[in-house]
Ligand binder design. Structure first.
Ligand code: SF4
Ligand code: SF4
Length: 392
């Protein structure tokens, strides 16, 4: 079968990692990165093989590969690369490129290729959501409760429409990835029995939620600078705090909308309010470590941060901070103009965050989980054979 080669693939991926001064062409295929990568033992040739795909223009193979998503950005490979090709930064740029290609709207490509594009998409969403909220806002009355200042039903309606649009966009992005991967696997003669799919999905979701491989990578990185970090600053715990805190806030907001009359007063110990506040604080802990270490830029994976590396944690931090402020303001006798402004900003930032989920680095939450499932699915029959052999 004829193989289509994209001669500009490497240059295009470089644009997605421009601020990291990415120079993948320096790679001379020595294999040091494969020797140290904690994932290479169950995926031979990783990550060198993916770099090679970019060098020779194997675009379809790269987009079909689940390997770019399995990478934990630990930076072990970059530390040992004798050519400063920075394979860890390449993997991050390749993920950004893949997100742009899976997205059918073209907004992801715009947001991920340049700082201006990223700011334009953010400003566009902010303008749309501000306009929608402004249409039903009741300004000039500082005593109005928050959900009367902007009617709760109106926020609910925009939220439902937003989740529907983002869900459709994410569905098509994931379908694009899965289709490419499935086509490649079947062309290579791999069998993917449906009977092993549920187990693969279960293992992927538990890995993503519990950060099992992330913890393993941390434990195995005894020779790296991460081994000197105190336990509470270990990358897996920091990442788990950001993700767990975010999921707790999302769950609290969803349950609130489903089971509580909009805007009805509840005490601070109301379970959903408590869950949201604790989730916010946990998320804030993880974010503060991420931002501090990015600012210091001393250890991997924080040494060379691009604009998009900053954008997502900063947007999430601002959203959480304004959200926690609203949690307090709601119990004040009068929210006053400051409270109204904070509430308006929080709702716009939260909607921006959801709208940008399938378009930016944030999308790794989705693609990574699916990639883990695809990998587990492909390897399930092999594992079964090995275990049968051992028992015999
Ligand atoms: S990225 Fe660096 S370590 Fe990996 S194969 Fe290329 S030159 Fe060697
Ligand atoms: S960053 Fe870590 S997980 Fe990713 S390819 Fe390099 S060594 Fe492997």
């Amino acid at each position: 079968m004829a193989r289509v080669v994209n001669t500009s693939l490497l240059n295009t991926i470089k644009k997605h990692g421009a601020k990291r001064n990415l120079d993948v062409s320096a790679c001379f295929n020595c294999g040091n990165c494969t020797a140290v990568c904690p994932l290479a033992k169950d995926s031979g040739g990783f990550p060198r093989r993916v770099l090679r795909m970019a060098q020779v223009g194997m675009e379809q193979e790269l987009l079909a590969s689940e390997e770019i998503w399995r990478c934990y950005a630990c930076g072990e490979c970059t530390q040992t690369c004798p050519r400063q090709a920075d394979p860890a930064a390449f993997m991050a740029a390749a993920r950004s490129y893949a997100i742009s290609r899976y997205d059918f709207t073209g907004l992801a490509a715009l947001a991920n290729r340049s700082v201006l594009g990223n700011l334009f998409v953010f400003a566009l969403f902010s303008a749309v959501f501000s306009g929608l909220l402004f249409a039903r806002m009741n300004p000039g009355q500082p005593d109005l409760p928050l959900f009367h200042f902007i009617p709760g039903e109106w926020i609910h309606a925009i939220g439902v429409a937003l989740f529907a649009v983002v869900g459709i966009s994410a569905f098509f992005g994931i379908a694009s990835m899965v289709w490419r991967n499935w086509r490649q696997q079947t062309q290579q003669g791999h069998t993917l029995p449906l009977s092993t799919l549920p187990r693969a999905v279960y293992s992927a979701i538990s890995d993503a939620l519990l950060h099992q491989r992330f913890q393993q990578c941390d434990a195995e990185s005894a020779a790296s600078d991460r081994a000197e970090l105190p336990w509470y600053q270990r990358p897996w715990l920091v990442h788990a705090s950001v993700m767990g805190g975010f999921l707790a806030m999302l769950l609290a907001t969803t349950l609130d909308f489903l089971f509580k009359p909009i805007g009805s007063p509840v005490p601070p110990w109301y379970p959903m309010r408590l869950l949201g506040a604790i989730g916010g604080l946990v998320c804030l802990y993880g974010l503060s470590i991420v931002l501090l270490r990015r600012a210091q830029g001393k250890d991997h994976p924080y040494t060379k941060s691009s604009f998009s590396d900053w954008f997502f944690p900063v947007l999430l931090t601002v959203t959480v901070l304004t959200g926690l402020a609203c949690e307090v303001i709601v119990y004040l006798p009068s929210p006053a103009t400051t409270g109204h402004v904070l509430f308006f900003a929080h709702v716009v930032f939260a909607m921006d965050l959801v709208a940008m989920l399938p378009l930016t680095k944030f999308a790794h939450v989705l693609y990574r989980t699916v990639a883990l499932a695809l990998f587990a699915w492909r390897h399930a029959p092999e594992k079964a054979e090995v275990s049968v052999g051992v028992e015999a």
